[in-house]
Design a protein around this ligand. Structure first.
Ligand SMILES: O=C(O)c1cc(=O)[nH]c(=O)n1[C@@H]1O[C@H](COP(=O)(O)O)[C@@H](O)[C@H]1O
Length: 287
């Protein structure tokens, strides 16, 4: 179905539309704010309104599978429809499912989301590395064979809650070890692929408490990653495009900021706010 590798297609879209991923997170709270029922019909109305508003202006759209899975087969049917709509709009679809398992189970997840013959096939999925980065290899192989990609959380370097939350040195050490394994695995999988490889990482970017360095690049070998960096935290969690430019100073071109809540609060403003975030991100993240 696609005839170019994921990283080539992603680079082209980021260059053409600007660096932004819009999340579709139809939480019960947002459905209520839109005056919609918390039901499959409300879910469908919400998600398809977002697709109509941003499908032709956002480089990437990220439906959060959890909010569809809440409704069992009816929710998954809505998700299939939304994926089809996004494809028709031409945007890239990153399905946020955070799957991670071993052996044949991981292979089956890969088939579900990355095999282009599957009803839930998307451009990329998020995977969870909690069973070790090696457990994801089967999915990465499937992604490459299908011109698709994967995104793997590399830890939230900046703890949720920012400076108000007490730091836990042991938790920080474990996070750093996990991030090191993910970054090394991603770097190896991306070797030989240009301009971006099939394996991106996710780094949450709640604004830094004062004790963290202003620029993450010296602490993380992100310049060797060779893949995209999905950076949620924009807007609702407090990060601004300027924060992202500072945190990722050495690797700005690879950053794909992700915004959900901050553009989804009002159905009449989704497009407008998306354009505003997109243009601000483009201004701050251009090389
Ligand atoms: O993997 C993610 O997308 C993710 C990683 C992370 O560190 N923090 C984070 O909030 N997210 C996702 O970003 C979305 C929330 O976006 P906001 O409403 O913009 O804060 C949810 O779908 C989260 O699962």
């Amino acid at each position: 179905m696609w005839n170019e590798p994921f990283g080539t297609r992603l680079r082209a879209r980021l260059d053409k539309y600007g660096p932004l991923c819009v999340g579709i997170d139809p939480s019960p709270e947002l459905l209520g704010a839109w005056g919609l029922d918390d039901s499959p019909a409300g879910l469908e109305r919400f998600a398809r309104t977002v697709v109509a508003a941003v499908g032709d202006v956002a480089a990437v759209v990220k439906p959060q599978s959890a909010f569809f899975e809440r409704w069992g087969s009816r929710g998954i049917a809505v998700l299939e429809r939304v994926i089809a709509d996004l494809r028709e709009a031409g945007t890239m679809v990153l399905l946020d499912v955070k799957r991670g398992d071993t052996g044949s189970a991981m292979a089956a997840y890969a088939e579900a989301y990355l095999d282009q013959g599957s009803p839930l096939a998307v451009d990329a999925v998020t995977l969870s590395p909690h069973l070790g980065f090696g457990s994801l290899e089967v999915a990465i192989t499937k992604a490459v064979a299908n011109d698709a990609g994967v995104f793997v959380p590399a830890g939230v370097f900046v703890p949720a809650g920012g400076s108000t939350r007490a730091r836990d040195p042991e938790a920080d050490r474990l996070r750093a070890a996990n991030a090191g394994e993910v970054l090394a695995g991603a770097e190896a999988a991306n070797a030989g692929h240009a301009p971006l490889g099939p394996v991106g990482v996710v780094i949450g970017t709640t604004p830094p408490p004062p004790d963290l360095p202003p620029d993450l690049s010296p602490n993380l070998p992100l310049d060797r990653l060779g893949g995209a960096i999905l950076a949620p935290g924009l807007g609702a969690q407090g990060a601004s495009p300027a924060d992202l430019a500072r945190l990722f100073a050495g690797v700005r071109q690879a950053v794909v900021p992700s915004v959900s809540g901050a553009v989804l609060a009002d159905p009449d403003r989704v497009r407008d706010l998306t354009l505003r975030y997109r243009d601000e991100c483009a201004d701050h993240l251009s090389p």
